[in-house]
Design a protein around this ligand. Structure first.
Ligand code: NDP
Length: 297
């Protein structure tokens, strides 16, 4: 991670899309000394950046023509498609870095579009809030053209901590989608549990403090162990054997039900545990549920 100007701090950069994230990207590059050209569908959002020294362009094509490195950060794939269609032939000879969130398939489609228009393509996923841009707390996944990434790695690292996952343009999105999905899957369980905590009269903020400590202490090793178990297909008794864990499930479900808290996920866990135990795997741990996930039965 570089928070100081890189060797190629003079590389001119165009930023297409000046929402919360696009504006933070443009401002970070301006702060690092790059000549920056900006364009946004709603022109008023370019004003603060122009006041900070950015050049503004009247069209996306004019903006793209101004720099060898073109960064797009639009709301979604459809918006990016629309803007890139307007860029059209101005993409030729450019390196297009698309930081718009989307699926791996959408990233590969954008890479195809870039190839057809004579541009090198790098896809990126942003795992950060706009105020974190330019700090090590902003995490990026990158994939796509290796040559283009090598040429502009130092510049891209000015935005935050970045990892390159390979030449397949979809790989950055694989990482991004998995990181985001993990957060949502974990946090919906946490939110449901806070309903239970509050219904019992305990302080949700104080409870969250304690969970934050236990997450920091216990979860890194647990997550790494589960990842290794899934990769190896061998499931040690993490969190204890399923036969012991399952004995608690009815109490957890009844507790939730008695307080009017949703039991969907907890019943799913119990169902999976019961199946795995019935299949003779009661000595495995929580990771042992992996083989019975997602087969729809
Ligand atoms: P905003 O809603 O703040 O900005 C959206 C941008 O997309 C605006 O520039 C908007 O233009 C433009 N846009 C939307 N539709 C179109 C269209 N049809 N044609 C042209 N331009 C369009 O979103 P963010 O900046 O926050 O997010 C941008 C990307 O960054 C998203 O993919 C998001 O998932 C990702 N991201 C954002 C994070 C965040 O915390 N904000 C965190 C991680 C990733 P206009 O101003 O004219 O409406």
């Amino acid at each position: 991670m570089a928070t100081t100007p890189s060797d190629d701090s003079a590389t001119p950069i165009t930023v297409l899309g000046l929402g919360a994230m696009g504006s933070a990207i443009a401002r970070t590059f301006l702060d690092r000394g790059h000549p920056v050209t900006v364009w946004n569908r709603t022109a008023a959002k370019a004003v603060p950046l122009a006041e900070a020294g950015a050049a503004t362009a009247a069209t996306a094509a004019e903006a793209a023509a101004a720099s060898p490195l073109v960064v797009a950060c639009l709301l979604d794939h459809e918006a990016a498609e629309e803007v890139l269609a307007d860029v059209g032939g101005a993409a030729a000879g450019k390196v297009l870095v698309n930081l718009t969130s989307g699926s791996p398939a959408q990233a590969r489609e954008a890479a195809r579009w870039a190839g057809e228009h004579g541009a090198e393509y790098i896809d990126g996923g942003i795992m950060a809030d706009p105020p974190d841009l330019g700090t090590p707390h902003a995490h990026f996944s990158f994939s796509g053209s290796r040559a283009a990434f090598d040429a502009h790695e130092a510049t891209l690292r000015e935005l935050g901590t970045g990892t390159y996952y390979g030449a397949d343009a979809g790989l950055a999105s694989v990482e991004f989608m998995a990181q985001v999905a993990t957060a949502y899957e974990l946090l919906i369980g946490f939110l449901h549990t806070l309903r239970l905590v509050r219904a019992e009269g305990a302080d949700p903020a104080e409870f969250a403090d304690r969970v934050a400590d236990s997450v920091a202490d216990d979860y890194p090793a647990l997550l790494r162990g589960i990842g290794k178990a899934v990769r190896d297909g061998a499931f040690p008794p993490d969190m204890g054997p399923l036969s012991v864990q399952a004995a608690l499930m009815d109490d957890l479900i009844d507790h939730r039900r008695s307080l009017g808290v949703d039991t969907t996920r907890m019943r799913e866990v119990k169902h999976l545990m019961d199946r795995r135990i019935a299949d003779g795997h009661g000595d495995e741990g929580f990771s042992g549920l992996f083989p019975v996930l997602g087969d729809g039965s």
